[in-house]
Structure formats: C-alpha cells, structure tokens
Design a protein around this ligand. Structure first.
Ligand SMILES: *Cc1c(COP(=O)(O)O)cnc(C)c1O
Length: 412
C-alpha cells in the first residue's frame, strides 16, 4: 500500500467501460480479474439479481435447500463433460480448490487407502491463496514465498509449456516425466491438479490437448484422481466451454469460479463424478465430506450464475470468443518487437511475454493514458477482455499494449 499508486476510484461501469470519479473512462482489458465475462451491468444479469431478491437473498444450505441452487447444479451438470454429475458450491475459487483437495484426500481415506495422501502439481501453477491452495501452487515462482513453512507442499512436476500444437519430441518428453513419476509414486498419490491447457496467473503457459489426454489416461491407469482447476479457463475463456473440451476428456474433479456468475458475486462449483460421490455416500456419518461454508449455494449468486450460463448460449458467446481470437491474431501475428519473447493467443486470451521484467506502474500508466485498464503479471502483459467487447474497443486494447511494449527500454 505504501509503494503502490493510489487506486483509481470507480463511480460506475457499463459494458466494457469503467467510469472513474475523475470523469475519465477506461476499457477493462482484463474483465476485473477475468470474471466480468458479459461486461458490466448486463440488463439480464441485473434483472436476475433483482428477481432473486424478491424471493430470498440467502438461506443456509444445511437442512434447507433453494430452487436457484438446485437449478444451477442441474445447469452446470448439463454443460460439463459427461460423467461430471455432482456439484458442491462454495464462495470463491480458492475454497472450490480446497474442497477439491479435501474430496481427493478423503476419497482414498474412505476407501481404506490412507497411504494415498499426497498431491502433485506443476511448477508455475496458481490455484488460489488459502493454505491448501498454496500447497499446490508454485512455492517459489509465485506470490507465496513468505509462507514456505506454513504450507504442506505438493510434489511439483516441471512446467509444461510446449504449446497447443507441440513439437512431438517435447510432448513425448513431458509425458515421459509424468509416466516415470507415476510409476514410482502412484501408491502414495491421491491426485494430480492441473490448470488444463492454460496455466493462467503463473505465466500464461499453454500445453497441448494431447498432453491432457495422456494425463487422463495415465492417472486413470495408476488410480490417481485428476483435478482440473478451470477457475480461469472455464466458461469459454480458451474458446471452448471448458479447456478439457479441447482434449475431450473428463476429469474426476473440476473446479469452476471466476466467470461463473459473470463477475456479479463470489461463487465456485466443485464438480465431481458419481464414483467419487459414492465414496462419501453411506450410512456412516464419518464418510461424509466435512465442509460447510456459511454462504454455500447462496441463492443470489446461484440465480445470477444460472442467468450468466444461459447468456453464454442465448447471446452465442463462443462465436464472440472466436471473433476476439481472430482479431488478436490479426493484430499480433505479423507484429514483432525486440522486447518481446513470445506472443500467445488462445480463445479470448492474449499474452505478450517480454524478455525482461515489465515495470508494473509504468505499464499501467501508459495503458491508462491510452484509455485502457490492464495489469501485467511479472513479465507478461495480457488481455482477457469481456466477451461482449466490440471490435473498435478491442483494437484500442491491442494498440495500447503495443504502445506499452514500445515504451519498454530495449535490452542492451
Ligand atoms: C483465480 C484462480 C483461483 C482462485 O480463485 P479466487 O476466487 O481468487 O479464490 C484458483 N485457481 C485458478 C486457476 C485461478 O485463476
């Protein structure tokens, strides 16, 4: 707080625009940390919240249930890969991941295989900020270095960044590392957790559907659960409903958050299969999943999430995402700059990896001068715009990013 510039005061927002108290307006190039997928103040979502307010804002989900919660669970199951059939609701992506880890751990406890208690994750990954999540997020690369001794760390596999269309040697090498790890350690491993296809906050690295297919095949053969953290990638961001759809696989557990409510309210869903659910469903109370957040299945959040998922279809967001992707390609395929190491585009995501660290405050102030709100992460300048962004506004974002890059002092 002491070193950061004071935050900009937002007085209102509409569509892709943030209106500042100063009178300026900025195009939000990052959808308020990737969640405002339909833009601000979408009339259908505003109305969904108002309608739900006329019924009830919140009731506990222990011993009581509400139709907005039930209907959202049905909607989620209908759009998830076939096989994912049970939903657990919580209030943020981090808690959704915690629940996934607890499910995986307890699944083997309940089966009497208590030795299967370890987790495996990838270097560079980011799965949230709570203590369990820090244990599966990169311990040195990310933002959790200060908490080393507080956390029970997973085993980390090397980062996979062989791209969406990989070189076959690289793909086989990455699969071989996974295979030899599982050969040696499947006995003691409960689950592997991955951000499928796109490792988001930890560097915007992309891997191939073929790797994800191998990961599914090998974890299944080794009796290790596969957790796909789709908090960032889910609900269209990578060009499909879910990143796992690129590989046509079904994980054992999948976590949704961020875009789920269109950015209106905090909500996450941890979705799992019937075989996993069945390990918790029994006559002995001790086998139940012990997790009961106060705001579990909040009706306001569930109502707006259901309306948001319906908008994905009724306003054909997948077509819009594909248009955004093409426009990113048109703007950047032929563009190079000595300060840029690699440009990666996938669905409605553009990541410009720079050769050296990007001065965060400088980048942000250049963006603001150009009418754009964005926030680089380490050496990556990125955009994940709302899916409703018009072409002119998207061009303004692309131009602002080029201006930022040109203003970076070139390495000597
Ligand atoms: C943002 C994010 C989370 C954490 O979600 P919060 O709602 O911020 O707690 C978890 N996993 C991934 C992949 C994310 O991008």
């Amino acid at each position: 707080m002491k070193t950061a510039p004071s935050p900009l005061h937002v007085s209102s927002a509409n569509g892709v625009y943030l209106h500042l108290a100063s009178g300026e307006q900025l195009i939000d190039a990052i959808s308020s940390w990737w969640c405002v997928i339909h833009g601000y103040r979408h009339p259908v979502l505003d109305q969904a919240v108002r309608d739900q307010l006329n019924q009830v804002a919140h009731v506990m989900l222990g011993g009581l249930v509400h139709s907005s919660t039930e209907q959202l669970a049905e909607t989620i199951v209908s759009i998830c890969p076939t096989g994912l059939s049970h939903c657990f609701f919580s209030d943020s992506g981090s808690v959704g991941v915690e629940v996934a880890l607890k499910i995986a751990y307890q699944y083997y406890q309940n089966r009497g295989q208590s030795e299967k208690s370890n987790f495996v994750a990838y270097r560079g990954s980011y799965h949230g900020d709570t203590t369990g999540c820090m244990g599966v997020s990169d311990p040195t690369d990310g933002m959790h270095v200060a908490y080393g001794k507080l956390v029970r760390h997973a085993h980390f596999l090397p980062p996979i960044d062989h791209g969406f269309f990989p070189d076959n040697c690289q793909l086989q090498a990455d699969i071989a590392i996974l295979e030899s790890f599982l050969d040696a350690h499947a006995q003691t491993t409960a689950a592997i957790i991955i951000e499928p296809i796109l490792q988001a906050a930890g560097g915007f690295r992309i891997h191939s559907p073929a790797y994800l297919q191998a990961l599914r095949r090998l974890t299944e053969a080794a009796d290790v659960l596969l957790i796909c953290d789709e908090v960032a990638t889910g609900i269209g961001r990578t060009g499909q409903w879910f990143a796992v759809n690129h590989a046509d696989i079904c994980p054992d557990i999948m976590v949704l958050g961020k875009g789920l409510t269109g950015g209106y309210l905090g909500l996450a869903a941890t979705v799992t299969t019937t075989p996993v659910f069945d390990q918790f469903y029994g006559d002995d109370d001790g086998t139940a999943l012990m997790h009961g957040p106060t705001f579990m299945g909040n009706p306001l959040a569930c109502a707006v999430a259901k309306a948001s998922l319906e908008l994905m279809v009724s306003e054909n967001r997948l077509a819009a995402i594909s248009r955004i992707s093409s426009q990113f390609h048109r703007n950047f395929d032929e563009w190079t700059h000595p300060a840029v190491r690699e440009i990666r585009i996938l669905g409605a995501m553009l990541a410009i990896e720079c050769c050296g660290p990007v001065d965060f405050h400088h980048a942000q102030s250049v963006a603001i001068q150009n009418g754009v709100w964005l926030r680089p992460i380490d050496n990556v300048i990125y955009s994940m715009p709302p899916y409703i962004i018009p072409p002119d506004e998207l061009d303004i974002i692309c131009d602002a990013i080029k201006t930022i890059v040109r203003s970076i002092p070139t390495p000597v």
